[in-house]
Design a protein. Sequence first.
Length: 121
Amino acid sequence: MVIDHMNYAVTDVEGDHTLIAGDDLIHSDVILGSEKIEAPVLFRGIGHMANPSNSLVLKVLSASPSAYSANPKTKLASPPSLTGSAISLVSVMQARNNARVLLSGSLDLFSNRYAIIYTLN
């Protein structure tokens, strides 16, 4: 699980800080539209690492510098291998044949429970 003791959602009553309030979104009108997203995106799940040398993969939502990936139910025996902004929460890939894939380690991200309703001015 991705854990962040600095940028967690305050509604998280479990105390393990796995409900992350992520706001490090890609700045792309093509992917996210032209309206600026003001509220954080709620995420609970596992993270992954995108190869920065792969030009076909884009990180859409990254973890904050204070995040790390570990099992919240066990003590850390060694430093986690995935930490900080290297953790990708949501990534997209477009293959050379124009096939598109979205990678997310959170099913809750797509649930109505975590949906945030935006009002346009």
